[in-house]
Write a protein that binds this ligand. Sequence first.
Ligand code: PHE
Length: 452
Amino acid sequence: MKADKTGMHGVWASRWTFILAATGSAVGLGNIWKFPYITGENGGGAFVLVYLICILTAGIPVMMAEVLLGRKGRMSPINTMKELAGQEKAPQFFQGIGWMGAISGFFILSFYSVIAGWTLYYVVKMISGDFSNVTADGAGEIFGGLLSDPLLLTLLHTIFMVMTGVVIARGVHKGLEDGVRTMMPLLFLMLILLLGYSLTTSGFSQAAAFLFSFDFEHLTGASVVEALGHSFFTLSLGMGAIMAYGAYMPKQASLGKTILAVGFLDTLVALVAGLIVFSIVFTNGLEPGAGPGLMFQTLPLAFSALPGGQWIGTAFFILVAIAAWSSALSIAEPAVAWAVEKGWSRGMATFAVCGFAWVLGLGTVLSFNEWSDVTLWGKTFFDSLDFLTANIMLPLGGMLIAIFVGWFMTAESTNAEARIKNPTVFAIWRFMLKFVSPLAVLAIFLHGLKVF
Ligand code: PHE
């Protein structure tokens, strides 16, 4: 094998393009929609603290490991893991990381597209002025109306899946690279504007206290598992998305700073989104534990209070849709890349992957209306998929990745690929991968299962 092989899918133009693409993958619905609502459901501060600890002890080290594997293998995660597990003489089941990741990818894409569809609907509702002077109850009704309409949800889900498919089929380079380059800074700008607004609301200090006062009484085993799962979900880890993007990373780039930048930006967006959403929640006497609708019922209230809010709101939901779009691409990429390596055309591979995820997504559509009473272990179809992927499959995938790089690759071959110049940083990272990250995941699983 040539040391500088680049694989059949191409390489990012530079380290910056990788940062952009990886940030595009990481920053998405997970930050703006999911983080605030699960924080609300899990009682706030203590949950946020556990989440931050998970990002540092498991998320960032595993992200570096995942990108490293991708760049070393230069193929889809399935084939990369197949090759590297053989090369490093690891037990065969490590090959399963790639397969499990592809399955998680289908599951995640299926519900991600449905929720992203909601943001498209909100773009239209904002433009048409339906949220002008809206009250908290009115915003709740509009959201409730959307959820109770399976045909509308299916239509929106279809539009989003087609948008995803079109870009994926063209190859990620020609597709989103330029778009993301302009859109991500705009999204940051919007968040800052909204943060400025939330500072003027009476609920801001309560929001800050809710997010940052670490009251451990609310913390349960289930919420610790949720925090861990979310740290993987939000960084796009444990399923091969970041591995696939790593496969297109230029050889000479060092992993440390690159990944820290991505992890930092992702966490920042989540915390800012949380501050915005909860300021509005407390100012309007809403319920922090409102669940998946939280963002959709709070933000329109902020926009209706802002001068020019109709247009700011429209722009905001467009940007959220784009953030979701750039994430969705990375969710589909591992399976598509694998099919292309099998000899399929990129178009056919995309059609198959998106088509299958689309069908599965109908289950999520129905779980908000017709099937809302159909539950398994008390969870709807959507809740079950979300729980299974984020809270079980992603942490498990991440743990196996940490063990593989930490225990089956030598320090030399690891750093030949990672190119971390500072030996202390390298040693700390390797120690995290060997011990801290796998044990953190294991402990949290056992805690969640109420073993202790
Ligand atoms: N990280 C994305 C988000 O926060 C979701 C995602 C999960 C993307 C898994 C890729 C892989 O929205």
